[in-house]
Write a protein that binds this ligand. Structure first.
Ligand code: NAD
Length: 481
């Protein structure tokens, strides 16, 4: 394919390469071809970006009125939409996900992140109290300062903007470190940021890796005031330790092993279509994927038969073919990791569909959507996050039993409950240990609601007022009259 896109850092409004000229190669996971090179940032680039962000806080940006900020942030969203095909193309080339998904979900949502938070700022207030006529207390909000944003590769632009939009809305400046495997849409976003008229230094993007590279240096930099991180739980622990030295504010969105609980009285048509999405959309590379599917015994066989049938119909292949449902996994290493879990699944249980490279596809990191059965609750494929198109299906008998099994996990990100019994839906939802519970649906979002996980799935919540709180500092002022 005749395509090249190189990714430079964006620091203080300029596109630059690393001082030492270091670069790495970006690979298209669907074809294994080179997409271009990426500047590899180190200590020097992180420091330049942080200093630019620090200066920008005190410059023109720091003097913007709320109205000015709303206007420029809305403009970023508008410009993303104007170039949405370009963004979607880069996103699919980088990730291997279907172009239709990038075009209809990732990119519009990225634009909406800016529109939503710009609009939300109109209604952000603070507290004020009066005990009696002689004393008055009120709080003001200020930016936290320089915020480091570290993102994974599965929803590159959607998750970067989910952090950047509220950070800018609250008046911060940012240094973002996109995932090394998916640097392209962040680079295009930098162009949009410039075109929207955001002052230099307010947004900085430094490419590179995690350990001993741009990621680590960002989390260790003493002038970074907060880190918002989405990625693996293990990486979260490393970042927390690094950030502790300079006591940074942290927000963590981490891994998940999310249960789908399907009771016998559920609407099975709806269950099947939604479960196909929650297990296999974005190649199953979704933190919210339903990867443990508990089905009540009376409908277990019927569910399994229909779920398998529907899974077989999924078209795996070229992300740019409109018929494609499931694209390529992100990298050779990730395909090997997921395939390793399939070896475990063959020992621990039984693969009843999928588990192989799709026939006829010679290049690219593809894997058939896979369903595993005959598993014990303690099996590794039931306990560990696989982050691929792999679902484990397990039968259950009682409500009490399935709640205990669903909660028997280190993770606590999301859960889906399927039932037509309203009382049961509420009762079970209240007992599930996760930050998000969907009833008779999946991935339905309202950006005002708290988003995040409990246990090893995260620290803090983002969305609406929760993002406003994370990305702002409160000062309480007391006046004696
Ligand atoms: P990852 O943790 O390997 O990498 C994420 C980012 O952290 C990358 O930019 C990487 O370069 C950087 N990084 C790695 N080590 C670092 C270090 N020591 N210091 C600083 N930065 C470092 O995760 P991934 O493989 O890119 O993404 C998959 C994971 O993300 C899965 O566990 C998934 O569940 C999780 N995820 C969670 C959510 C959520 O909202 N909870 C959303 C999407 C993905």
């Amino acid at each position: 394919m005749d395509f090249t896109f190189h990714c430079r850092h964006f620091i203080n409004g300029q596109f630059i390469e690393s001082g030492d000229g270091k670069r790495f190669v970006n690979i298209n996971p669907a074809t294994e071809e080179e997409l271009g090179w990426v500047a590899e940032g180190g200590k020097e680039e992180i420091d330049r970006a942080v200093q630019a962000a620090k200066r920008a806080l005190k410059g023109e940006w720091g003097k913007y009125s709320v109205r000015d900020r709303i206007a420029v942030i809305r403009r970023i969203g508008d410009l993303i939409l104007e170039r949405k095909e370009e963004f979607a193309r880069l996103e699919s080339l980088d990730t291997g996900k279907p172009y239709s998904l990038s075009l209809n979900l990732d990119i519009p949502r990225a634009a909406y992140n800016f529109h939503f938070f710009a609009d939300y700022l109109h209604s952000v207030g603070t507290e004020s109290y009066q005990m009696d006529s002689s004393q008055f207390h009120y709080a003001i909000r200020r930016p936290v300062g320089v915020v480091g944003l570290i993102n994974p590769w599965n929803l590159p632009l959607l998750l970067l903007t989910w952090k950047m939009a509220p950070a800018l809305t609250m008046g911060n400046t940012v240094v973002a470190k996109p995932a090394e495997l998916t640097p392209m849409t962040a680079t295009l976003l930098a162009e949009v940021i410039k075109d929207a008229g955001v002052p230099d230094g307010v947004v900085n993007i430094v490419h590179g890796f995690g350990p001993d590279s741009a990621g680590q240096f960002l989390t260790e930099h003493p002038d970074v005031n907060a880190i918002s991180f989405t990625g693996e739980t293990h990486t979260g622990k490393t970042i927390m330790a690094a950030a502790a030295k300079s006591l940074k504010r942290l927000s963590f969105e981490l891994g998940g092993k999310n249960p789908n609980i399907i009771f016998s009285d559920a609407d099975l048509d709806d269950v099947i279509e939604t479960t196909i999405k929650s297990s296999f959309s974005n190649q199953g590379e979704v933190c919210l994927a339903g990867s443990r599917i508990y089905v009540q015994r009376p409908i277990y066989n019927q569910f399994l038969e229909r779920f398998v049938e529907r899974t077989k119909q999924l078209v795996v292949g070229d992300p740019f073919d409109p018929k494609t449902d499931v694209g390529a996994l992100i990298s050779k290493e990730h395909l090997e990791r997921v395939s390793g879990y399939l070896d475990i699944a063959r020992r621990e249980g039984r693969i009843i569909v999928g588990g192989e490279r799709p026939q006829g596809i010679k290049k690219g990191y593809y894997l058939e959507p896979t369903i595993i059965v005959d598993l014990d609750e303690q099996c590794r494929v039931v306990k560990e996050e696989i982050f691929g198109p792999v679902a484990a299906v397990l039968p259950f008998d009682t409500e009490e039993e399935v709640i205990a099994r669903a909660n028997d996990s280190d993770y606590g990100l999301s859960a889906t409950i399927w039932t037509s019994n309203l009382k049961r839906a509420h009762r079970v939802a209240h007992q599930i240990e996760s930050g998000i519970v969907w009833v008779n649906t999946w991935f339905l979002r309202d950006l005002r609601t708290p988003f995040g996980g409990m246990k090893h799935s995260g620290i803090g919540r983002e969305g609406g007022a929760h993002s406003v709180d994370f990305y702002s500092e409160l000062t309480n002022i007391t006046i004696k009259l």
